[in-house]
Design a protein around this ligand. Sequence first.
Ligand code: ADE
Ligand code: ZN
Length: 335
Amino acid sequence: MLNDQLRRVLQQMPKAELHIHIEGSLEPELIFALAERNGVKLAYGSVEELRAAYAFTDLQSFLDIYYAGASVLLKEQDFYDMTMAYLKRAEADNVRHTEIFFDPQTHTARGVDIKVVIDGIYRACQDSPVSATLILCFLRHLSEEDAIATLEAALPYRDKFIGVGLDSSEVGNPPEKFANVFARCRDLGLRLVAHAGEEGPPAYIYTALDTLKVERIDHGVRCLEDAELTARLAKEQMALTVCPLSNIKLCVFDQMEQHNLLQLLDAGILATVNSDDPAYFGGYMNDNFIATFEALPLGLSHAHRLSRNGFVAAFLPEEQKQKFLAEVDAFFAKI
Ligand code: ADE
Ligand code: ZN
């Protein structure tokens, strides 16, 4: 059991969130409210019925419901309301900085203009006291041509996102499928991340690093199956954006007691804790920290390290990063 002091520390410590899909923050109540507002018909009759469907067996079983949930998003205000609801939850969890993923292809495929998507999400970020930046994700189950067309459509709004990522169905869609579009993004000065080693093998982490040249690996928990890769990630201080509750809900690990977060830290890896799709996986940042610390032998020193790791791995100007890190160290100095 977690003692009261450690629980309070986990709740109150400053945090950076580096792996949050904004469409995964849509709570069932907001899905129903937006469906009504926009006249969208849902396959579920009530909030309870929808929530009851959140029993996933793997990544794909989740993605099918996640894309259906996103179908209620049509107008700029919808994207604003979704993002503002997330930012309020993040603020309540003492998240100081967040780098938010969004999936434009999920919306443009339904006829929603990419400008509507980006403007709505970006405006909410501007209106929040939480420092927030955006990362545009390509859906890896679609073609590279589709990703390139999405990038071109987003370029008029280049000032509103800092980087690109790669998400959706991992197995069978290796990083190298997107070599050309990532090379173009690199030339454009965008920051690069990719999901790899969530369900996919360590080989996908290698190609994310060596072919796509990503600067962080999203998930990456399967790296421990390869000792050479583990040592490399530690040596290069390559950040992993780990999402503990997600990993349990999508059956990457059977139980939190089996999660490898502590082994990653003990291997010297720059692991961070994140919520992934908080509305679907049972919780936001603090829930992820508390569930992990309840199940694993983690203590105050790990809390300090994880709080720091989030800011170390963030795509922030150096001065801002140091300011946040000083805030973290001041918080822990007072305990
Ligand atoms: N899209 C939203 N959440 C995801 C995850 N955990 N893995 C891959 N794609 C996603
Ligand atoms: Zn994710």
